[in-house]
Write a protein that binds this ligand. Structure first.
Ligand code: LLP
Length: 427
């Protein structure tokens, strides 16, 4: 991120604070998040999409009260996918009408709470849910704004576990076989629901705009069917999140304005051709906003050079603070940040302290041959899906998130303590 540099001693600095000073003050492992960068990315998305579109930050990437306040101040909306995320959003003062509620199996409690608190939209993911939300809204005497999430049948070029628009997965209602059209029919009939649009999310860590274009094309196709059958022009379409970021120098991400232009162009063109009013577009970037804004700082504990293979560098965290490498074969880079070194770079694997061999943070990286216990190393681009997917495996204590701004560092999520763990253990 922009305020992260090296000082004259080769020590990483963020917002003017050195990695060594940060480690001393906050301990390791810890995530350091550049608030100015986060806000700048929010603004870039808001500006790229302009007045005729809405940007919903996907809270699953990383959510805390401070994040909610930043989003609110920068004019973004928020996508939540659980009662927990909804509570955090409301607690931190996000106006409910700026919240979208997602999930493929929302509980009765979550549905009731979402309707009751007045969220701006609930994204319906199944036929059962269409009935459940309508029922909850009617019992509360409300008319709930909803979108229907459809599966557009696009193969997003990403890891299988994070691709969501091919047919054989759990999300959404298929366009194929008239399923989505049937869902629209049902939703339009129910008094408790105000159907405002169609939603599609094709997957994550995508570098190519073509998948979004195909999705937009198919969603507009459904809008046209709906108009022809019901005489209703649905006013919104949401094209989800999924824009990739650079984890390593091999990645070449698209910028928000590129994706905004591609989506606007195709939606406008196709709607004009179909004689439809152009709907309001919304998107839900998570990773592209928060991912690049944070890095994880670790301290090296042991170093094992395995002759003819590689050097194993063990750090004081691991799969409990970054599960992405183990789960998706995700690639990261890593750097020695507490000093410079002229030692020869050697093939290294950064591993954690957990009791399994798949506990890998960075699979293949070159680190100086003299990396030693006590050195600090940093893994960039860990703002998304790292703290939010962190676990207590082996009773690890989840690391803090420290926001850095104008040369000041402030804990926004504190480090877990052993008391926190024991508090839940009531046996
Ligand atoms: N909207 C919906 C409906 C989603 O399901 C997601 C992500 C997003 C937006 C945000 O996607 P993003 O812009 O952050 O790619 N844990 C995985 C990613 C799972 C994403 C799930 N849904 C990872 O670490 O890569």
């Amino acid at each position: 991120s922009r305020t992260v540099t090296r000082n004259e001693d080769g020590v990483l600095t963020v917002g003017g604070l050195t990695a060594t000073a940060l480690a001393e003050e906050f301990g390791t492992p810890a995530y350091f998040l550049d608030e100015a960068d986060f806000r700048a990315r929010c603004r870039a998305w808001a500006e790229a999409f302009g007045e005729e579109a809405d940007v919903f930050y996907a809270g699953k990437a990383f959510l805390s009260r401070a994040v909610v306040r930043w989003l609110k101040e920068e004019g973004l909306n928020l996508d939540v996918c659980s009662g927990g995320e909804l509570t955090t959003a409301l607690e931190a003062g996000m106006p409910p009408e700026r919240i979208a509620f997602h999930g493929n199996n929302k509980s009765a409690y979550e549905i009731e709470r979402a309707v009751e608190s007045g969220v701006g939209r609930i994204v319906l993911d199944s036929f059962q849910e269409i009935a459940r939300v309508a029922h909850a809204a009617q019992s509360l005497g409300r008319r709930q704004k909803v979108q229907i999430r459809v599966t557009v049948g696009v193969e997003a070029h990403t890891h299988e576990f994070i691709a969501t628009a091919h047919e054989d997965q759990k999300f959404g209602i298929a366009l194929a076989g008239g399923q989505a059209a049937e869902a629209v029919r049902r939703a339009l009939k129910l008094d408790g629901l105000e159907l405002i649009g169609i939603h599609s999310h094709i997957g994550s860590q995508i570098f190519d705009t073509s998948g979004f274009e195909v999705a937009a094309h198919r969603v507009v196709g459904l809008l046209k069917e709906v108009r022809d059958e019901h005489g209703v022009e649905l006013p919104e379409i949401d094209l989800g999140g999924g824009l990739g970021i650079a984890y390593t120098s091999d990645d070449d991400p698209r910028e928000p304005h590129e994706i905004a232009k591609a989506l606007r162009d195709i939606v406008t063109r196709e709607c004009e051709a179909a004689g439809l009013r152009t709907p309001r577009i919304s998107v839900e970037p998570g990773r592209a906003i928060v991912g690049p804004t944070a890095f994880t700082l670790y301290e090296v504990g042991t170093v094992k050079p395995l002759a003819g293979l590689r050097t194993y560098v063990s750090v004081d965290g691991g799969m409990s603070d970054n599960i992405r490498t183990a789960l998706y074969d995700a690639e990261y880079s890593v750097a020695l940040v507490s000093r410079t070194s002229d030692a020869e770079p050697v093939l290294s694997r950064v591993v954690g302290k957990h009791c399994e061999s798949g506990d890998i943070v960075v699979k293949d990286a070159f680190l100086p041959a003299d990396v030693a216990p006590g050195d600090l190393i940093a893994v960039p681009a860990t703002g998304a899906y790292c703290r939010s997917m962190a676990s207590n495996y082996n009773h690890a204590l989840r690391p803090p998130v420290v926001a850095v701004r104008d040369g000041e560092a402030r804990v926004i999520v504190r480090r877990e303590t052993e008391e926190d763990l024991l508090r839940l253990d009531v046996g």
